[in-house]
Design a protein around this ligand. Structure first.
Ligand code: KG4
Ligand code: ZN
Length: 342
């Protein structure tokens, strides 16, 4: 079964062709990062316009690379939420047009569920080995969710962030430290090889599987200010660099510590047979290493970094498993900017 996936929920215009839910025939992403970087974050209107310019070339490239024609496709899958309404609309409208023109089934996919299904694109089939239930951490720019996956399409939400998402906190911390956008990769680069002398607090939310990241962000801001480090502050760049690196490493340590500890706690409490990580933050090297080192016997499935950040391969993979249980979407499929899991 050949599925064309389309993803335009935020600042990546992406298309992919996936065979039988697991084999990547093509996976094309046109990033808008440079365009948004000058504003320090995603500008929704700029994102929508850029998706309109990019979507046709990106879909054509995905079909060409897969050596597949529209006539050979079996279905079209598209992210319909959560995300930016204007951005989602571009993908949903194109997916509808293609499906209508070629009389193909159309699937509207939850972006967060897509992040989980990236784990199906590599290695063993998680449903077969280790099998359900699986504990999933989805950590992205907009979400930090702990979800128990009891089977294909069956989710219970165990915990979520009560304020900033983990990725959002990386982006804000990078801004505080003058490291630019997107913050996650910038903090990771700055923290490379640094054992921080500074320590930032952790919000454990005792007894709950919820997260909170806004306090860590504020603690970082106060620490930076106490050292005379503010965004745009002048002075000797070379003398500021060790402090920036130290604070970046302390911040990364703090967020990773909380994510790993709470994910393992949730896995233990639920008797999960394995752990799946997904979403842009799970591209973080320290998080990947710590999770693997701390999980003991419990298998941990983490897609390669390119499949952790936004892509359309995960959307098509999700649709394949989705297609066995869910009815095809109608032509009234709408965008759902606040769609959640579980
Ligand atoms: O899943 P994603 O690509 O888009 C959303 O669905 O939001 O996640 C983007 C987020 C951004 O906040 C970005 O800073 C963060 O993921 N991110 C990282 C890393 N790479 C991307 N955070 C920490 N370390 C990274 N290496
Ligand atoms: Zn995402």
């Amino acid at each position: 079964m050949l599925i064309l996936g389309i993803e335009t929920s935020c600042d990546e215009t992406a298309a992919a062709v996936i065979e039988d839910g697991r084999r990547i025939l093509s996976n094309t992403v046109a990033s808008q990062v440079e365009m948004h970087a000058r504003y320090g974050g995603v500008v929704p209107e700029v994102a929508s316009r850029q998706h309109i310019l990019q979507i046709l070339p990106v879909v054509s490239q995905a079909l060409n690379q897969a050596d597949v024609t529209l006539e050979q496709l079996d279905a079209v899958a598209v992210t319909h939420g959560p995300g930016l309404a204007g951005a989602l609309l571009v993908g949903v409208n194109l997916a509808k047009a293609l499906a209508f023109a070629k009389s193909l089934p159309l699937y509207g996919i939850n972006h967060l569920e897509g992040h989980i299904y990236a784990a199906w694109l590599q290695g063993d089939d998680p449903a077969a080995s280790p099998g359900f239930p699986l504990l999933c951490l989805v950590a992205s720019g907009g979400h930090t969710d702990l979800v128990l996956m009891e089977g294909h399409g069956a989710y219970s939400l165990l915990g979520r962030t009560r304020d900033d998402a983990a990725g959002e906190s990386f982006d804000k911390a990078a801004r505080t430290l003058g490291l630019g956008y997107p913050g996650g990769p910038a903090i990771q680069r700055a923290a490379q090889g640094v054992s921080p002398r500074e320590r930032l607090p952790r919000a454990w939310m005792a007894g709950s599987l919820d997260f909170s990241f806004s306090g860590i962000k504020t603690a970082l801001l106060h620490k930076a200010q106490s050292h005379g480090l503010t965004p745009g502050s002048t002075g000797d760049v070379a003398s500021r660099e060790p402090l920036v690196k130290d604070l970046a490493a302390a911040f990364q340590e703090s967020v990773v510590d909380v994510l790993v500890t709470k994910t393992l706690d949730a896995a233990r409490r639920t008797g999960a047979k394995g752990i799946i990580l997904g979403g842009g933050v799970t591209a973080n090297t320290l998080l990947r290493e710590r999770m693997r080192a701390s999980s003991g016997e419990l298998p941990v499935m983490i897609p390669p970094p390119a499949l952790c950040v936004d892509n359309a391969a995960m959307i098509a993979a999700c649709a394949y498993f989705h297609s066995r249980r869910h009815p095809v979407a109608g032509w009234d499929l709408d965008v759902m900017p606040s769609l959640s899991l579980g």
